[in-house]
Design a protein around this ligand. Structure first.
Ligand code: XLS
Ligand code: NI
Ligand code: NI
Length: 443
């Protein structure tokens, strides 16, 4: 272990809503019971390794701004990887999150050959295991980075060159093994370049078949090695490709159905990806729950004026409560959790900025959980829905849903009985006021 990277920071504690201490939790009280579970169990927070420790703050217009000594190109790659991991675990522990998530290439450098890359990863996985043992941290999910290296420029599983497909398959096998070895709760596939930049040079039908076959092998490998976690696809509509095949939850469900994988793979929904696909976060959750494929969440936000994946830290209780409400209605997390796939803005270069960002984000999610739970406990929303759909619980409603009528029979029935339903109020503004009152009332 190297020296402390955050010597000025003490472990972050809960001080309650009246606290003015910027590095204390005002809402995240990990042992507080919410709907029968502790906040820690409901929220299942994870920090991401990549944006927080493996990114120097560079953007497409400018160089890195952050103080991340292990990213110095002159450093010995394996020594730097250990230094990075020491700092990362110091951060996770002082923040008090139970989980972290990583790409293979975040925790270990790529070697000259595939064999060398695997050896580097294995060595760092051993090192991570000792840190996990000591700190009690666990892995929410692991993932293979299949988008940075130039060989993946035209996609990984969907590459026109089958050798790239093989390479990606080998990398995923090794990373799934590593995630398994660390007791990961899930394994995620974000298909950053699994799409196209130009249709004129693309065989879309074949690329979809390639992806279906690739995922079938991933599922098979999971069973072969006895990995107990869930396999998750992270939908995103575009960026860096023009069009990404796993556009949103509904598209992913259709894709999984086509390849017979709908019982094997779920989704990892990212809030800002939902926005980029033209949906709200709560829509994406509700859609996934409706299809039985809700898995986990990358908790972040976009910027209303910027059309790319800015990955900012969540700070809107108004927005997040609606998503958490749908998650709770769907039964809450199983293997998933709220993973902060979040970037500091480039000017946030003081070491403690990483703490301020995560503390605010965790409090936003914790307060959102309290709001969502209060809406459920209050029951008014559910009662309104019951009343709104009451007709479907009648014998006539069941007959309709069970296919006991034909279109012609209904034509005949409406003609003879002159059914003339009157519209009823959807109560939208009243419902929005109820949500706002609940947010005001929470303490
Ligand atoms: C990028 C994705 C990425 C995945 C992990 O937009 O959100 O960070 O979560 O590969
Ligand atoms: Ni993203
Ligand atoms: Ni993500």
């Amino acid at each position: 272990m190297t020296d402390s990277f955050f010597p000025q920071i003490s472990p972050v504690g809960y001080e309650g809503p009246s606290s003015d201490n910027p590095l204390a939790f005002r809402w995240y009280d990990k042992d507080r019971l919410v709907l029968g579970k502790t906040m820690e169990e409901q929220l299942r927070f994870a920090v991401c390794y990549w944006h927080s420790f493996n990114w120097n703050g560079a953007d497409v217009f400018g160089a890195g701004t952050f103080d991340r000594p292990w990213l110095d190109p002159a450093a010995d790659p394996m020594a730097a990887a250990r230094q990075k991991m020491d700092a990362a675990f110091e951060f996770f522990s002082k923040l008090g999150v139970p989980y972290f998530s990583f790409h293979d290439r975040d925790i270990a450098p790529e070697g000259e050959t595939f064999e060398q890359s695997c050896a580097n990863l294995d060595e760092m996985v051993d090192y991570a295991a000792t840190h996990m043992e000591r700190s009690g941290l666990e892995v929410l999910w692991g993932t293979a980075q299949l988008f940075f290296q130039p060989r993946y420029a035209a996609g990984a599983a969907t590459n026109p060159n089958p050798d790239v497909f093989k390479h990606a398959a080998a990398q995923v096998a090794h990373c799934l093994n590593a995630t398994h070895r660390l007791g990961g709760q899930n394994y995620v596939l974000w298909g950053g370049r699994e799409g196209y930049e130009m249709l004129l040079n693309t065989r879309m039908d074949q690329e979809l078949d390639q992806l279906g076959q690739f995922l079938t092998m991933v599922v098979q490998h999971k069973y072969d090695i006895g990995f107990q976690g869930a396999i998750l696809i992270e939908p995103k509509p575009q960026e860096p490709t023009k069009h990404q095949y796993d556009h949103d939850s509904a598209t992913v469900y259709g894709f999984l159905k086509k390849y017979g994988l709908e019982d094997e793979i779920k989704v990892n929904i990212e809030v800002n990806h939902a926005t980029l696909s033209g949906h709200d976060f709560d829509h994406e959750v509700a859609q996934a729950v409706a299809c039985g494929i809700f898995g986990s969440v990358d908790a972040n936000r976009g910027d209303d004026r910027l059309g790319w994946d800015t990955d900012q830290f969540p700070n809107s209780v108004d927005q997040m409560s609606l998503g958490v409400y749908q998650i709770l209605k769907g039964g809450g997390f199983n293997t998933g959790g709220f993973m902060f796939d979040t970037k500091l803005r480039r000017q946030s270069l003081a070491r403690d900025d990483l703490f301020h960002a995560h503390v605010g984000a965790m409090d936003t999610m914790a307060k959102s959980l309290l709001v969502a739970a209060a809406l459920i406990e209050d029951g008014t929303l559910e009662t309104l829905i019951e009343e709104r759909y009451a007709g479907w619980s009648s014998p006539e409603g069941s007959k309709l849903l069970n296919g006991e009528y034909s279109l012609a029979e209904l034509h005949q029935q409406v003609m003879t009985t002159n059914i003339d339903p009157a519209p009823t109020s959807g109560r939208q503004e009243m419902i929005e006021n109820l949500v706002n009152r609940t947010i005001e009332r929470i303490q």
